[in-house]
Write a protein that binds this ligand. Structure first.
Ligand code: TEU
Length: 567
């Protein structure tokens, strides 16, 4: 079984098509743009490409609102382009994983159009329709069928004037939630997944897949102090039929097909204990889950717009818990960045003086853990957050809805609020990929849909491609290390010195075969000569580092990471 699970020793690269490479000058990245950049991915050495959604979509949430699962949005290209991408990736020994967004569709999907056409339509029950709360008239404040708050601000319920009923949308009102209780919905989804597998794709990244089972009673959630809406998460975050649905999907879609597919369940709010169940191979659910604990550690009391400094001890504690929790059963995914997160080097590293060293350190302390690492486009060159200075720079619906909600509540966003949004906005991940020093970083010959980061003039692929000291060269070495050294995949993980507030240190081990990773998470030198753990590493070799080699007892320099190997 183990050796068939090729994804355990693989590295995944996430492409956000809108911002990767634009081949036709319309300012939006596209499939032909990706095809034109495969040399970069191949020379990096990644095994799998995960594409964020390219399906037909009104683009309310940049494609996470799908109106046709079997068509490509014209801004991205055609089905023919996808076939060519699959063929070219396979020819280069890489695989393709598609984004699967089936918690919700677009409100412009024909399924929803039919469902909304009349309460007696056979597809009515494909979505969550409910009458107003008893005692309230449709549209009256408080008439919403439950008090749940949307991920994108405001109520999760939208009134449909025609029928006087509400439909549920956990995300934007243009993203109505599918009703997975209805077996026809599940069948339609499984059928569509099979259609993509038959086209040659190698798996799926499943968007918010832990949210597909809702408590059909839709109970009100607790309203936190100072909040208008309640927390519905307890009723949809790990719903009563979640394991049944995911197992059924696995069985129907993959059970009848030869080969091993990669399935990544994106699961906000998932716990370690739940993740063990989802990823236990014996249960046949998903290969791995994307969890959010470590990227929530700098969120303040009222969430992501209220940031607080990362406590390194907390980061270590969280990562250790996930490593230990999935050590004997299940598997971890490892990531710092995706299209929803600010750039890691700005957030957890130092995007000023120690930019390159800290970008490399973050790469090493993540990739050398046990699990499958994910690189988000631009991370391999250390792309940073963008200096957003005005509202007009922002594009993301989550940020815009949040600011609009403040205004609606009579709060005029001040500079401090704008600064907080600029630091946390998903747009930080979505500025164009920086290929070279040309206009817009070589992303487009037209006007990009979102401004490129002004630092593209110095920070770009072409400036790093042939520089052996670059962040890019370091990422190539990290990936090669995983491929060449089985210990990186199979070794056990032990966190060292959990109470040290600057040293990130761990051991990977298989008998006498061992690797020690030492990372200094800060800009000051860190003395390590008196650390007892170093005593039995005297005969080790430096396998990788971001500074010229030094004796193993020498102080760690600013953001230095040292990887020692002993056989
Ligand atoms: O994200 C799910 C999710 O957890 C986010 O809504 C998260 O709460 C937010 O982005 C944090 O800022 C997935 C996709 O990755 C995201 O791009 C989509 O907007 C969302 O689902 C809805 O499909």
């Amino acid at each position: 079984m183990e050796n068939q699970e090729w994804w355990r020793s693989a590295v995944v690269y996430q492409v956000y098509p809108r911002s990767f490479a634009d081949s036709d000058g319309d300012g939006i990245g596209d499939l032909r743009g990706i095809i034109g950049r495969l040399d970069h991915l191949q020379s990096l050495g990644v095994d799998v490409v995960w594409l964020s959604p390219i399906y037909a979509s009104p683009q309310d949430d940049n494609g996470y609102d799908i109106s046709d699962y079997r068509a490509i949005d014209p801004v991205f290209g055609t089905l023919h382009d996808v076939d060519e991408l699959i063929a070219q990736l396979h020819a280069r020994g890489m695989r393709l994983v598609m984004d699967l967004v089936v918690n919700h569709t677009s409100d412009e999907h024909p399924w929803f159009r039919e469902s909304a056409s009349s309460p007696s339509n056979p597809k009515r029950d494909w979505y969550w329709w409910r009458p107003p709360r008893p005692g309230f008239a449709a549209g009256e404040p408080g008439a919403e069928p439950s008090n749940w708050e949307s991920f994108f601000s405001g109520s999760t319920w939208q009134l449909d004037e025609a029928s006087g009923e509400y439909y549920l949308h956990l995300f934007s009102r243009k993203q109505p939630d599918l009703n997975w209780e209805n077996p026809e919905v599940r069948e339609a989804v499984y059928d569509m997944m099979g259609w993509w597998l038959d086209r040659g794709v190698d798996g799926f990244r499943m968007d918010v897949i832990n949210l597909i089972s809702k408590d059909p009673a839709l109970p009100d959630g607790v309203v936190a102090p100072g909040k208008t809406w309640g927390d519905g998460f307890p009723y949809y975050g790990y719903g009563p039929r979640i394991h049944e649905f995911i197992h059924e999907m696995n069985d129907v879609v993959f059970g009848s097909r030869p080969g091993t597919f990669l399935t990544v369940g994106e699961m906000p709010g998932v716990t370690v204990e739940q993740a063990r169940r989802f990823t236990d191979p014996a249960r046949r659910e998903v290969s791995m889950v994307f969890q959010f604990e470590h990227v929530g550690l700098d969120h303040g009391e009222s969430g992501k717009w209220d940031a607080r400094p990362l406590q390194i001890i907390e980061l270590k504690r969280s990562m250790q818990r996930w490593q230990d929790g999935l050590a004997d059963v299940g598997w971890n995914s490892l990531y710092w960045n995706n299209h929803d997160q600010p750039r890691a080097v700005s957030r957890f590293g130092d995007d000023g003086q120690h930019w390159a060293a800290s970008a490399k350190l973050l790469g090493a302390i993540l990739h050398l853990q046990r699990g499958t690492p994910f690189i988000y486009q631009g991370e391999e060159i250390g792309m940073t957050n963008s200096p957003f200075t005005s509202l007009a720079d922002l594009r993301d619906i989550e940020s815009l809805n949040y600011l609009a909600g403040l205004v609606a509540a009579g709060i005029e966003p001040d500079d401090a609020m704008l600064t907080a949004v600029a630091a946390a906005t998903r747009d930080n991940a979505r500025t164009p990929m920086q290929w070279d020093a040309d206009a817009h970083g070589g992303f487009t010959t037209g006007t990009p849909w979102i401004s490129s980061n002004p630092n593209h003039a110095e920070l770009n692929v072409s400036a790093q491609a042939d520089d052996p000291d670059s962040v890019l060269a370091f990422y190539r070495r990290l990936i090669a290390l995983r491929h060449d050294d089985p210990l990186v995949t199979t070794g056990s993980f032990t966190m060292l010195l959990p109470e040290h507030d600057r040293l990130f240190a761990f051991v990977r081990e298989d008998g006498a075969d061992r690797m020690l990773v030492l990372g200094n998470m800060g800009g000051d030198e860190l003395a390590i000569a008196d650390l007892a753990v170093l005593d039995d590493w005297n005969d080790s070799q430096l396998a990788l580092g971001n500074y010229p080699a030094a004796s193993i007892h020498a102080p760690l320099r600013a953001w230095e990471v040292r990887v020692l190997r002993q056989r």
